[in-house]
Design a protein around this ligand. Structure first.
Ligand code: DUC
Ligand code: ZN
Ligand code: ZN
Length: 482
C-alpha cells in the first residue's frame, strides 16, 4: 500500500508572514497536503526538532546570463545561479529577460527561455526589461501579460537602457490598463553624466568615485520623478534597489499621501558602505561597484528602519554576477579600469537570507514574520505567484527552509556555490544558515551538500499582481469624464 505522504517534516516551528505555529508538515507530489499532528504514513521523515521552518525564499531581483556589452559576460547562468540560490535557502528566482534595442519583447522572452530551459535547479519566472518603447512594443504588452509576464523593469539611466520621460509615462499607462507592475531603476541619467565628466576630467578614475558620480540626490530626483509619473497615471510602481535616506524620504512622502508606491532594498545597503569602494588607488574595490552605490552607516541604519516600518515591501539580492579577476568581468577594461567602465553589479543570491536572518531576526531588528514577508510572501504577491509560492499552507508548493540558527560562521567565497570568484560579503559573520532547503517536496540542500537536479526547476507564469491594481477612486481617466 502506498504511504499517504512522500515526506513529513515533524516538529516544525513554522513561521509565515502572519503567524507562528508548531506543526508537522505532510508533503505529497510536491505540495503541502496537511498541517497538524500524527498525520499518517510517509516514505521519508525529517525531524525538525523545533527549528524554524519558513517558506522558501523568493529572490525577486537577480540577473543570470544577461547579455552585456563590450565583451563583458555574467559569471552565472541559470544552472550556477539557481544552485547558489538553493544553497542559501531560495527556492524561486525571478531574473530578467532583457529587450535589446530594436528587438521585440517576444523575441527577448524567447531568447531568455532558451537560456533557462532545463537549466535551472529551482522554479523561476521572468521580469522583462523594456529598453525600447514604440507603438509596436506597447502593443505586445497585453499578450505578454496574459501569458504570465506581468512585471517590467525600466531604467532612468544608462545610455543603452534608459527610457525618456514620455516613454515612461506611456509604459505606465499601458501597465495600468492591463494590470502589470512596473519596476523602476531610479537614478537621474543627466546628473550622473555631468558628474562623471567632471570627475574624469579631474583625473578621478578609482572605484571610490563611482559613489561620487551617483550621490543620493541623483537617486532622490529620479525617485521623485517616477513617483510623480505614477501619480499622474494613477498606477502603482515599485522602486527597486533603494539605497538610503533621500530616496526613502520620497517613498515615505508618497506612501503617506496614500499612493501605492512600493519599494525594494537589498543586502548591499545594509552590509556594505562607501568604505568598501576603497581609497585612491584601490582597484580591488571594483568588487563592490553596483548602482545605486552603497552609502554610509547612517544610511544603513535608515534602511533598517525602512524595513522595520514596512516602507520596503521586498528584500532582494540584486545578484549581478561579474567575476573580479576576469577579462570578461570586472577587469574587462584592464586591471585599473575607470570607475564608469566597470561592469555594474555584485553577487549575493546565496547570502541574502542568511545575512538577513542573522542580522535582522536573530539581532531582534526584525521579527520572523517580517523576515518571511519581505523575503518570500510579499515577493510572491508582488509578482503574481501567491498562494502557490510564498506560504506554508495546504495546497501551496512545498518550498521550505529548515533553519540552523546555531551555525556561526564567517562568509567566505569558497563556501558559496555561484560561479563568481568573490563575494562582497567576505568575512561578515552570520549565525544562521539553511540546514535543509526543499523545492516542491525535494531536498536540494542538506548538511552543507547540494542535492539538486538540473532541469527540475519549472517556469512559473505569473498572475496579474494584486498590488499592481490602481486606486480606483482616484483615476485620472475618471476625473476627465467628470
Ligand atoms: N541595476 C540593477 O538592477 N542591477 C545591477 C546594476 C544596475 O544598475
Ligand atoms: Zn537597476
Ligand atoms: Zn538588478
Amino acid at each position: 500500500m502506498n504511504n499517504q505522504f512522500d515526506l513529513i517534516i515533524k516538529n516544525a516551528r513554522c513561521a509565515t508572514a502572519a503567524d507562528i505555529f508548531s506543526a508537522d508538515i505532510g508533503i505529497k507530489d510536491g505540495t503541502i497536503k496537511a498541517l497538524g499532528k500524527d498525520l499518517g504514513s510517509c516514505d521519508d521523515e525529517i525531524d525538525a526538532k523545533g527549528a524554524w521552518v519558513t517558506p522558501g525564499g523568493i529572490d525577486g531581483h537577480c540577473h543570470f546570463a544577461e547579455p552585456s556589452k563590450n565583451g563583458v559576460k555574467m559569471a552565472d547562468d541559470f544552472t550556477s545561479g539557481s544552485r547558489s540560490a538553493a544553497c542559501g535557502g531560495t527556492t524561486t528566482v525571478i531574473p530578467f529577460a532583457v529587450q535589446q534595442r530594436g528587438q521585440t519583447l517576444k523575441d527577448a522572452v524567447a531568447d531568455y527561455h532558451r537560456k533557462a530551459n532545463k537549466q535551472s535547479y529551482i522554479d523561476y519566472a521572468f521580469h522583462i526589461i523594456i529598453t525600447d518603447v514604440n507603438e509596436q512594443v506597447l502593443q505586445e504588452l497585453p499578450d505578454l501579460i496574459n501569458e504570465g509576464y506581468t512585471s517590467f523593469k525600466i531604467y532612468m539611466t544608462y545610455d543603452d537602457m534608459k527610457l525618456s520621460d514620455s516613454d515612461i509615462i506611456k509604459t505606465l499607462a499601458v501597465a495600468r490598463e492591463h494590470g502589470a507592475l512596473i519596476m523602476v531603476h531610479a537614478e537621474s541619467s543627466d546628473c550622473i553624466t555631468w558628474l562623471t565628466e567632471r570627475l574624469l576630467s579631474a583625473g578621478h578614475t578609482a572605484p571610490k568615485y563611482h559613489a561620487e558620480s551617483r550621490p543620493m540626490l541623483v537617486e532622490r530626483e529620479a525617485t521623485h520623478r517616477a513617483i510623480t509619473f505614477a501619480e499622474l497615471v494613477d498606477v502603482p510602481i515599485l522602486i527597486v534597489h533603494v539605497s538610503g535616506r533621500e530616496a526613502i524620504e520620497q517613498i515615505r512622502w508618497a506612501q503617506n499621501k496614500g499612493l501605492k508606491i512600493y519599494a525594494e532594498t537589498c543586502p548591499q545597503y545594509l552590509f556594505l558602505s562607501t568604505d568598501d569602494l576603497g581609497g585612491e588607488d584601490d582597484y580591488e574595490a571594483t568588487k563592490c561597484i553596483c548602482s545605486p552605490p552603497p552609502r554610509d552607516p547612517d544610511n544603513q541604519r535608515i534602511v533598517w528602519e525602512g524595513l522595520q516600518s514596512d516602507n520596503f515591501s521586498i528584500f532582494s539580492s540584486d545578484h549581478a554576477p561579474f567575476s573580479y579577476a576576469d577579462p570578461n568581468g570586472k577587469q574587462a577594461e584592464g586591471k585599473k579600469p575607470s570607475f564608469n567602465k566597470v561592469a555594474n553589479g555584485i553577487p549575493g543570491v546565496e547570502t541574502r537570507l542568511p545575512l538577513l536572518f542573522s542580522h535582522g531576526v536573530m539581532s531582534n531588528k526584525l521579527n520572523i514574520e517580517q523576515f518571511v514577508q519581505i523575503t518570500s510572501t510579499n515577493v510572491a504577491k508582488m509578482y503574481g505567484l501567491y498562494p502557490q509560492k510564498g506560504s506554508i499552507a495546504i495546497g501551496a508548493d512545498a518550498d521550505l527552509v529548515i533553519w540552523d540558527d546555531q551555525n556561526s560562521q564567517k562568509i567566505t567565497n569558497d563556501k558559496l556555490h555561484h560561479a563568481v570568484d568573490y563575494t562582497p560579503y567576505e568575512g561578515i559573520n552570520v549565525d544562521a544558515w539553511p540546514a535543509i532547503t526543499i523545492n516542491r517536496g525535494k531536498i536540494i540542500w542538506q548538511d552543507n551538500q547540494f542535492h539538486g537536479t538540473v532541469g527540475n526547476g519549472h517556469f512559473l507564469p505569473c498572475q496579474k499582481p494584486t498590488p499592481a491594481r490602481p486606486k480606483v477612486h482616484s483615476s485620472p481617466f475618471k476625473r476627465e469624464a467628470e
